[in-house]
Ligand binder design. Structure first.
Ligand SMILES: Nc1nc2c(ncn2[C@@H]2O[C@H](COP(=O)(O)OP(=O)(O)O)[C@@H](O)[C@H]2O)c(=O)[nH]1
Ligand SMILES: [Mg+2]
Length: 330
C-alpha cells in the first residue's frame, strides 16, 4: 500500500486536500500537527485500502476518526519517541496486514521487532580437556558514564554462573578509582582482574589468566568529540591475544543526535554489536533503537537498571517491540 502525506492549514483543510487528491475512500493512517500550526495527514492508496476509517465525502471532521487499533498503535509509538517516518511505515504495515482493533498492536509488535538486527550470542568456545582455543575477548567501549563497567560486570556474572572461565582486564587506568570499582565488582562475581594500558599489555593480560574461555575488557569512557583519545582507544584494542570483539555501549536516555554522534565517533573501534543501557530511566527509548536500525548495528544486550545480578537482557525481537510499544521491557 502506498502512503501519501498531505499538508493543510488545519485538519479540515488537510483532509479536504487528501480527499481531492486520493478520493473519498482514502484511508487516513495518521495526522500530525506541525510546529507552524499546519496539519499533515498520512493517507493510504484507496485502491488497495482495507477496512478502516475513511474520508467521508461531506464531513472532513468525521473522517478524523481512524480505526481504533491504528490509533492505539500511533499513540503508543509517539509516546516512546518514535519518528514520523517509522510511525508511518508501521501503520502502513499494520494496515496492510489487515489486523484491526486489539490485534493491531500485535501486528505492530511483529513489524517493530524486526526493525533492529539482533547480534548472535558472544562467540565463546568451550575449552575442552586438551583442546587449545583462543579465548573470546570482548571490549566494552563508549562515552563516559554510560554503564560500560556495570554492563561488563553483568555479562561476567552471567557467564560465571553458567560455568564459564572468565577473566577481566581493566584498561581504564587513568580515572581515579576505576580499577578499584572493577576489582570490587569482580570480587563479588569471583573473577580476577588484570590491568593493561596498551595493546601489548592487553595481550599479556589476556595470557596471564591461564586458560580462560572469555576475557572481558573494560575501557575508559571517551568523549565522541575527542578524536585523539578515540584513535588511541582503537589502537589499544588492535591486539587482544584472541578474537577481539568490541561492544559499543550507549545509554538510551541520550538524544538521537547524541547517539548518532557517538555511533560515528566509535566506528573507529569497529563495534560488532551495541548495548543499550538505562532503559529504566526513559520512557522514550525509540530514538536509540532507530539509530541502531539506521546504522545497521546489531543489538547484543539491553540493560534496565543498576543491579549486576539483574537488569540485563539478551536483545530479542520481543524486547525491541516492547520498547517501541510500551517504552520498557515487559
Ligand atoms: N538506571 C541505570 N543505571 C545504570 C545502568 N547501567 C549503569 N548504570 C549506572 O550508571 C552509572 C555509571 O555506570 P558505569 O558502569 O560506571 O559507567 P561507565 O563510566 O561507562 O563505566 C552507575 O551509577 C551505574 O550504576 C542501567 O541500565 N540503568
Ligand atoms: Mg567504567
Amino acid at each position: 500500500m502506498q502512503i501519501h502525506r498531505v499538508r493543510g492549514r488545519d485538519l479540515k483543510d488537510a483532509l479536504e486536500r487528501a480527499q481531492r487528491q486520493y478520493g473519498a475512500d482514502a484511508l487516513v493512517l495518521s495526522r500530525e500537527t506541525m510546529p507552524d500550526g499546519g496539519v499533515t495527514v498520512a493517507v493510504a492508496d484507496p485502491t488497495r485500502a482495507l477496512t478502516a476509517a475513511r474520508l467521508a465525502p461531506q464531513s472532513a471532521a468525521a473522517s478524523a476518526t481512524r480505526e481504533r487499533g491504528l490509533e492505539d498503535v500511533e499513540r503508543v509509538l509517539r509516546r516512546s519517541g518514535t519518528s514520523d517516518g517509522l510511525v508511518a511505515r508501521t501503520l502502513e504495515q499494520v494496515a496492510s496486514s489487515g489486523a484491526r482493533g486489539p490485534f493491531a498492536l500485535d501486528a505492530a509488535a511483529e513489524a517493530l521487532g524486526r526493525c533492529v538486527e539482533i547480534a548472535p550470542s558472544p562467540r565463546i568456545q568451550r575449552r575442552g580437556a586438551g583442546v587449545v582455543v583462543q579465548p573470546s575477548v570482548i571490549a566494552f567501549v563508549g562515552p563516559t558514564g554510560v554503564g560500560k563497567t556495570t554492563t561488563l560486570a553483568k555479562l561476567a556474572s552471567r557467564l560465571v554462573r553458567s560455568g564459564r572461565r572468565v577473566g577481566i582486564v581493566s584498561m581504564d587506568t587513568h580515572r581515579p578509582g576505576a580499577v578499584e570499582q572493577l576489582r570490587a565488582l569482580a570480587a563479588a562475581i569471583g573473577t580476577d582482574v588484570a590491568v593493561a594500558r596498551d595493546a601489548s599489555e592487553l595481550a599479556t593480560a589476556v595470557a596471564s589468566f591461564g586458560s580462560p574461555e572469555c576475557v572481558l575488557v573494560d575501557t575508559a569512557g571517551v568523549s565522541p568529540r575527542d578524536s585523539a583519545a578515540l584513535a588511541q582507544l582503537a589502537d589499544s584494542l588492535t591486539s587482544g591475544g584472541g578474537s577481539l570483539e568490541t561492544y559499543l555501549v550507549l545509554q538510551a536516555t541520550s538524544s538521537r543526535a547524541a547517539i548518532d554522534a557517538a555511533r560515528e565517533a566509535f566506528a573507529a573501534t569497529n563495534p560488532t554489536a551495541w548495548v543499550l543501557t538505562k532503559l529504566d530511566e526513559t520512557r522514550a527509548p525509540a530514538p536509540a533503537l532507530e539509530s541502531a536500525a539506521a546504522a545497521g548495528a546489531r543489538l547484543a544486550f539491553l540493560c534496565d537498571g543498576q543491579e549486576v545480578s539483574a537488569h540485563f537482557h539478551r536483545a530479542e525481537p520481543a524486547h525491541v517491540a516492547d520498547l517501541f510499544l510500551r517504552g520498557r521491557i515487559a
